[in-house]
Design a protein around this ligand. Sequence first.
Ligand SMILES: NC(=O)c1ccc[n+]([C@@H]2O[C@H](COP(=O)([O-])OP(=O)(O)OC[C@H]3O[C@@H](n4cnc5c(N)ncnc54)[C@H](OP(=O)(O)O)[C@@H]3O)[C@@H](O)[C@H]2O)c1
Length: 283
Amino acid sequence: MKNVLLAGATGYLGKYVASELVRQNYNTRVIVRNEEKFRKSGIEVDDVITAEVTSKDSMKTAFEGIDVVISTVGITKQKDNVTYMDVDYQANKNLLELAIEKGVKKFIYVSVLKGQNLRHTAICDAKEKFVDELKNSGIDFCVIRPSGFFSDMTEFYNMAKKGRIYLFGDGQFKSNPIHGEDIAAVCVNAINRSKDEIEVGGPEILTQEEIAKIAFDAIRQKSKITFIPDCMRKLALSTGKYLMPKKSYGPFEFFMNVMAIDMVGKPFGKHNLYAYFKSLESK
Ligand SMILES: NC(=O)c1ccc[n+]([C@@H]2O[C@H](COP(=O)([O-])OP(=O)(O)OC[C@H]3O[C@@H](n4cnc5c(N)ncnc54)[C@H](OP(=O)(O)O)[C@@H]3O)[C@@H](O)[C@H]2O)c1
């Protein structure tokens, strides 16, 4: 299985997956909506196809000769006029249907750790609906379920830079965030695994309070953390639903839910959070 089509290659994770595919000598084709954005990454893939994953017709030629599809497509911070159902569900379903039509052997999809328990959030509802389709489709598959990415931990760093980090409750929920390079290795290695679901996180299991302290250490500042009673999180969730624009409420709803649970996958990888926060200093 040498020929891989990657959708989502302009994203945080997608760029690392593209690099890892090239590093492991896969014939790599990417499907992007903005070619220039991908070219800026400098990753030398074999083929770049410009198409809209939300439009099945625009992608038809992308699947010729492909053995494996990897999709990291999903709405995170994008503010297009589309919903999670349009992208996280339907666009991935478009990819899956074309993959099956064109005889692709395997489909690897990136969902979220504990996505099955978070179906009451709009993002996980759409993601898990796609996971259901994938599992029932008959194609060989792998579902990757990562904890938070380092890119999302940047918010802790930004708060530290502003002088104070705000946490809900006592800040003792645990997670093991993972660097894009580490999770990319999991995605590419999944090419050789069958009908599998992989719950994975980074090598360090940390409480939210510990993450906050690491952010302050990285900028060499004394920790200043404010613990907000959890009832305020619940209040923000219930009022935000009616007061916030849908586009902003989606990521907010997901974030507010995962702040109140442990998000720990099987520890994997080599990157630590302190080094990541340090790397942000030079940006
Ligand atoms: N970030 C996390 O902490 C985290 C944790 C667990 C799981 N995940 C999941 O992992 C996946 C990758 O995350 P990421 O952080 O790499 O996200 P990202 O940086 O936002 O990348 C998402 C990719 O999806 C594409 N996309 C989004 N909306 C689109 C649309 N309407 N039409 C076409 N393409 C669209 C983006 O294209 P453009 O570049 O053109 O916008 C980009 O290539 C997502 O499904 C996410 O839900 C993320």
